[in-house]
Design a protein around this ligand. Structure first.
Ligand code: SF4
Length: 230
């Protein structure tokens, strides 16, 4: 879910042409995180990511994919009959036409969310979109990619998500929330890395420190053990 020169690798089957995006998958599932948790949602997963977080759970979206026309994507989304649409990756903003897709989805009346790494500029994202912007803690291996100017483009309906892989990440996140007044800008989500930190430990740290953040577990991992397309 970084720099414009670090976009997706060249397509193997078709050239990039106006109005097309490289797509890994489109599927209908339950939203497993953030504000829209629990809603039946159509996920549009764009191919490619310039980051390599050590705990990434969507490595299958780094390569491959299929070039699809935006009209075609919109038609498939409509076929699922859901109100909520989540554009994710990979890093969806690595493909510039993602901005067009987001706008078209909003125009069509969907509740649209965007999951992004926080490494690419979100300034041009349609303000109707609920952005879920990661801040990469040191345990991700990608802390240097955080584009701090993104914090200036957060709207009250957006969310900042920090994935926590241990106590060190937690202390980093606590410091970042305080330093940037993140909780006064939008909802802040702390999420444990599956298998790396006990969810209960993270919950207790948040309570002990009276942090104004929202703890979350990824619902789709509980429901489907993170199967692709779910
Ligand atoms: S930004 Fe998202 S998709 Fe990219 S490596 Fe990190 S977790 Fe994976």
């Amino acid at each position: 879910m970084g720099g414009s020169d670090a976009t997706v690798a060249p397509a193997t089957s078709a050239p990039a042409v106006a109005g097309r995006l490289r797509i890994t998958e489109i599927f209908h599932s339950i939203q497993g995180e953030a504000d829209a948790i629990g809603w039946p949602t159509v996920f549009v997963r764009l191919t490619g990511c310039p980051l390599r977080c050590v705990w990434c759970d969507t490595e299958y979206a780094f390569h491959g994919g299929e070039w699809r026309a935006i009209e075609d994507i919109l038609a498939e989304v409509a076929g699922h009959g859901a109100r909520h649409v989540c554009v994710t990756g990979g890093e969806p903003l690595a493909q510039k036409r993602c901005l067009v897709l987001l706008r078209r989805l909003c125009d069509a009346g969907y509740e649209v969310s965007l999951e992004t790494s926080g490494a690419l500029d979100v300034a041009a994202v349609d303000p109707r979109v609920r952005k879920v912007v990661d801040l990469k803690a040191p345990g991700s291996g990608e802390e240097k990619r955080n584009l701090w100017s993104n914090l200036d483009h957060l709207l009250p309906h957006d969310q900042v998500k920090i994935v926590i892989a241990g106590r060190g990440d937690y202390e980093w996140a606590r410091q970042v929330v305080a330093e940037h007044g993140l909780d006064r800008r939008c909802t802040v989500l702390f999420s444990p890395v599956h298998g790396a930190v006990e969810p209960r430990a993270l919950a207790e740290w948040i309570l002990e420190d009276r942090l104004p953040v929202r703890f979350q577990l990824q619902l789709h991992k509980l429901l489907w053990n993170d199967a692709q397309g779910r």
